[in-house]
Ligand binder design. Structure first.
Ligand code: SAH
Length: 397
């Protein structure tokens, strides 16, 4: 929490609701910052509650959702189907603010990457990956990550903070806006939460963002086209099923607990058997749904045919799809990418066992936009980043 926000909550006048504009100098003698609600971060139910509190009818939520997410309008004055007093009221107490792109890079293969600046000076990266049959946006859910997976570059910077709902959905809002300006314009057909962070550790902000992605009045994507990737927080997988059962991807990376603990320390808390039970519960009763298992291919670590056979055994009664991800190296890592022939041999073992298996092609490598290369920028040096001697880079406004 930053200092001014802390002061504000201490000094807040009684009765100041979330939508209140705080303008008086408080008893502490400090002028609190103006409190604004960012409507970009409210999903339909939240927006309906917001308008109800203003004494407005629920259909206002539907109108505002369309203005913000479908038409990309941020200026309340332009929301012409709202009456003028309401527009003025919203302009006085709310904003529609998405993270701003500070840089945009385009890869030779069409992949695009944006560095987006957040209000507190932190920044995250968002990647657009066009393919012949779809166009996927990969978004982040946290600045940094606390899970410390040994092969992931985000782990190097430690955990900084959770993204707000507005910052999560704002990545889609901003990318959509930029892609619409291309010639020819591009549309996002799929969204994956596979960027920085562990989405299930930011559950309360991630779920409303998912709701907006699948909301017809906002982005209108089908649940099959929105995928949340997790390192395996078992209780939150069950909670996700109840809250918004989008497609689930699980970062498995190893066929046994000993090896998985080395790669994904979270496995000590939620071992493979418990994780796979949670996956079964997630898809139970949902026709044509299956879990995607991600498996990063690390030379000499988890990539032998024996590993593949064990993996096939593990997943034999699971509605599963396996995604093999060739490791993307980053500075100072001891891991190497498996050779193409090892990846092929591994895949053939899984295919022979009847598992749908694809090798993910590395995209955007020339702009450091591939899996595990999204490091973003953090404002604060974490203890951990100091320990590994990595400079924490600030996003220069
Ligand atoms: N915390 C979530 C989402 C972020 S990681 C999760 O663990 O699933 C998204 C995917 O990228 C995961 O499957 C992760 O294992 C993979 N990944 C991370 N670093 C990588 C690297 N250096 N090379 C290839 N894939 C990597």
């Amino acid at each position: 929490m930053n200092r001014s926000r802390k002061l504000q909550s201490v000094c807040e006048p009684a009765g100041g609701g979330d939508d209140a504009k705080v303008s008086a100098v408080s008893e502490c003698g400090v002028a609190p910052a103006v409190k604004e609600v960012n409507l970009l971060g409210l999903e339909r139910a939240g927006l309906e509650a917001f308008f109800a509190a203003l004494g407005e009818r629920p259909f206002r939520a539907a109108q505002v959702l369309q203005w913000i997410h479908q038409r990309g309008v941020t200026d309340f004055a332009a929301m012409t189907d709202l009456n003028k007093p309401l527009r003025a009221r919203l302009a006085g107490s709310c904003v529609v603010r998405a993270p701003e792109p500070v840089s945009e890079q385009a890869s030779a293969d069409g992949t695009r990457k944006w560095l987006l600046r957040l209000d507190d000076g932190n920044a995250v990266e968002t990647v657009f990956i066009p393919e012949p049959d779809r166009a996927t946006l990969c978004i982040s859910s946290q600045v940094g990550c606390s899970l410390n997976c040994s092969f992931c570059s985000t782990a190097r910077q430690g955990f900084n903070r959770n993204l707000t709902t507005a910052e999560i959905v704002g990545q889609v809002w901003t990318a959509r806006h930029r892609l619409a300006q291309l010639d020819p314009p591009r549309t996002i057909t799929n969204v994956v939460l596979m960027g920085m962070g562990e989405p299930l550790l930011n559950f309360s902000n991630v779920v409303p963002a998912l709701c907006l992605l699948v909301e017809d009045l906002a982005y209108g994507l089908s649940k099959r086209r929105v995928t949340l990737s997790t390192a395996g927080l078992v209780p939150m997988i069950d909670a996700l099923r109840e809250a918004c059962d989008v497609s689930l991807a699980v970062s498995l990376h190893a066929p046994d607990d000993a090896l998985r603990e080395e790669l994904v320390p979270l496995n000590r808390k939620y071992p493979i058997a418990e994780l796979l039970d949670a996956c079964r519960r997630y898809v139970a009763g949902r026709a044509h749904r299956r879990v995607t298992f991600e498996y990063v291919m690390l030379e000499g670590v988890n990539d032998s045919e024996a590993h593949a056979r064990r993996l096939a055994r593990l997943l034999r009664d699971m509605p599963a799809k396996v995604n093999l991800i060739p490791f993307n190296p980053f500075p100072d890592t001891a891991y190497r990418r498996s050779a193409a022939r090892s990846i092929d041999a591994f895949r053939l073992v899984l295919l022979a066992a009847g598992l749908v298996t694809v090798t993910r092609t590395t995209r955007g490598g020339d702009i450091d936009a591939a899996c595990g290369q999204l490091v973003g920028r953090v404002r604060d040096r974490t203890r951990r980043s100091r320990r590994v001697g990595e400079p924490a880079v600030e996003c220069n406004p």
